[in-house]
Design a protein around this ligand. Structure first.
Ligand SMILES: *Cc1c(COP(=O)(O)O)cnc(C)c1O
Length: 396
């Protein structure tokens, strides 16, 4: 069977896929069906933070598969309870709702924010202020919360009740929060929007505005959470605590799991029957997620993220001096973007041909999000590869 031809014929045509069929992964390397190896600087888009097929995760997964995969949320299970304890002990939150993806975690956050005000005597407050260039998911509510036209196109009428302001502009945000606003929702660092870092004090000012105006603050940490930026949660860099926070991507290192974390005060609006998910927090995925978090924090992996990220950024900054096509390099931990002054697609493809997987967001921004276990040698290899690609391109 030719995987590509068969897939192109029978799978919904929603992805512009790279011409690669991947069959195996180990650590930071994946292999295609021709046996070619690629160093994975994308990690399933910030998902496989501990790399592919980590032996301890394989062990946890198979052990739990032999024990109990799934029961309804009508029953208690130990892995789910333990994961909730771990997450609340290591964060601002008191309670967790488990879902299966980032979009679903955000759905839960949006529903909770609205319900909170219904329960607390302000039913007129239902609007959410979100950011331009944000990304919150592909369900109807989360695409309605997403500040990118290309994500919303074709789905009118989208869900009512979302207002958009530019990221990093506190004045505009202040004007946008009105008497009907229930929450401000944002990514502490915008991922799909092009690795956009908040300006100093911006998030603290957002927190202050929310407190003054009595609305909830939701951080979408689906991409930035679980160690990606060098802290367990990106909000820790900025000394700002949200009322609600969402996780997904790296939480299961590739198993589908999402989570919405909330303070006791906010979470109180979720009562029996208010929200639910058949698969959310199944013992199989929560057992693996708990092991992911333990590995990340107990094996010193998290401690090395800032240093590795600084090294990759410094090496990219060296490349910038040599290749003016790179305009700037930015990021936090191992979520890194390189702004180009030309479209990045051909560079991504040329890197792929040389055995390195990266991707491009917002057309001109190369994004790097390798497994957090990436080595210096692997970083050096990528830099050499990009250097070569840009040298060839400049000669043409
Ligand atoms: C990927 C992403 C989502 C959507 O997650 P899915 O699991 O694809 O639904 C939401 N928010 C952010 C910030 C993301 O990066």
């Amino acid at each position: 069977m030719n995987i590509k031809q068969t897939a192109d014929r029978h799978i919904a045509n929603t992805y512009a896929r790279y011409p690669l069929a991947l069959v195996k992964g180990q650590g930071c390397t994946v292999w295609d069906d021709q046996g070619r190896a690629y160093v994975d600087f994308l990690a399933g888009i910030a998902v496989c933070n501990l790399g592919h097929s980590h032996p301890r995760l394989v062990e946890t997964l198979t052990e739990q598969a032999r024990t109990l995969w799934h029961v309804s949320n009508l029953f208690y299970t130990q892995p789910q309870a333990e994961l909730a304890v771990w997450l609340t002990e290591h964060s601002f939150a008191d309670r967790v709702f488990f879902a299966n993806s980032g979009a679903e975690a955000n759905e839960a956050a949006i529903k909770l924010a609205r319900r909170y005000f219904k329960e607390n005597g302000s039913p007129e407050r239902y609007r959410i202020v979100s950011m331009q260039q944000s990304f919150h998911g592909r369900t109807m509510a989360t695409l309605s919360a997403t500040g990118q036209e290309k994500v919303r196109k074709g789905y009118d009428p989208i869900l009512e009740g979302f207002d958009f302001v530019p990221f990093n502009d506190i004045e505009d945000l202040s004007c946008a929060i009105g008497p009907a606003t229930c929450a401000v929702m944002l990514e502490p660092i915008q991922g799909e929007g092009g690795v956009v870092i908040p300006e100093r004090d911006y998030l603290a000012q957002v927190r202050q505005l929310c407190d003054e105006k009595g609305c909830l603050l939701i951080f979408d940490e689906v991409q930035t959470g679980v160690g990606r930026t060098g802290k367990l949660f990106a909000y820790e860099h900025f000394g700002v605590r949200p009322d609600i926070l969402t996780l997904a991507k790296a939480l299961g290192n590739g198993l589908p799991i999402g989570a919405m974390l909330a303070t006791e005060r906010a979470a109180a609006a979720f009562v029996p029957g208010a929200h639910a998910s058949t698969f959310g927090g199944t013992p199989l995925v929560t057992a693996v997620a708990l092991e992911v978090l333990k590995l990340l924090t107990e094996e010193g992996i998290l401690d090395q993220v800032e240093e590795k990220g600084a090294y990759l950024r410094a090496r990219l900054a060296d490349l910038k001096k040599k290749h003016p096509v790179i305009q700037s390099v930015r990021g936090k931990g191992l979520l890194i973007g390189a702004q180009l002054d030309v479209p990045g697609a051909s560079i991504v493809n040329a890197c792929m041909e040389r055995g390195y997987l990266i991707n491009c967001v917002q057309e001109k921004i190369l994004r790097f999000a390798p497994p957090l276990i990436v080595s210096r040698d692997e970083i050096d290899g990528l830099i050499e590869c990009i250097d070569e690609v840009l040298s060839v391109k400049c000669k043409v």
